[in-house]
Design a protein. Structure first.
Length: 189
């Protein structure tokens, strides 16, 4: 979903368990998760939920590795909880399948180690280095819309032409815009 212009940022991490400070190798009872920040003025929560269930096999049982790869959805308030259950029911009725996704209250999200953030973009070292250069800290890079969008693009979601059009809206100065335009035009994606 990071390829959608309404997604502001994404982070990978761990949630849903009780283990303090989980890591990839010591996850405990947590599940690998993706945290998505989106603009609710542009896209509705029900639409995000429908996209979530449409873009992975929501009916597949993922308990084969314990809780690590479960399909989980976390809600932040009673309204989101109600909406999640309603959209889930609508999806099941439409597709004649039972969604296996667990729906739980959000408690805490532990951001995964740096090596897991923007994982697919890191397979393009020139792009990764050029983009991280634009941000004062690595955390700013991880939280950026640019990195989320390019990470999604290299995973074959979204179009390069769309990313180029979005540059105007990302609050970049002329030098940053030039660096990104040059990168987008010259790198072998």
């Amino acid at each position: 979903m990071a390829h959608l212009p309404v997604v502001i940022r994404t982070r990978v991490g761990y949630a849903g368990g009780t283990t303090l400070d989980p890591t990839y190798h010591l996850m405990g009872d947590h599940t690998e998760t993706l945290e998505i920040d989106f603009d609710p003025e542009v896209i509705s929560y029900p639409t995000i939920l429908t996209l979530f269930w449409d873009n992975h096999d929501a009916a597949k049982d993922r308990t084969y590795k314990g809780r690590q790869y479960l399909s989980l959805l976390f809600y932040h308030d009673a309204e989101q909880q109600k909406t999640a259950h309603q959209v889930k029911q609508d999806w099941e009725n439409k597709h004649h399948k039972k969604i296996q996704t667990e729906i739980h209250p959000y408690t805490h999200f532990y951001q995964a180690e740096d090596r897991h953030q923007k994982y697919f973009l890191k397979r393009y070292p020139k792009a990764h280095c050029s983009i991280t250069y634009l941000f004062p800290t690595y955390s700013d890079y991880i939280d950026s819309t640019i990195a989320a969008r390019l990470n999604s693009f290299v995973r074959e979601f979204g179009l390069l032409a769309d990313i180029k059009q979005e540059l105007e809206f990302w609050g970049l100065n002329e030098n940053e815009k030039y660096i990104l335009e040059e990168l987008l035009d010259t790198i072998r994606w």
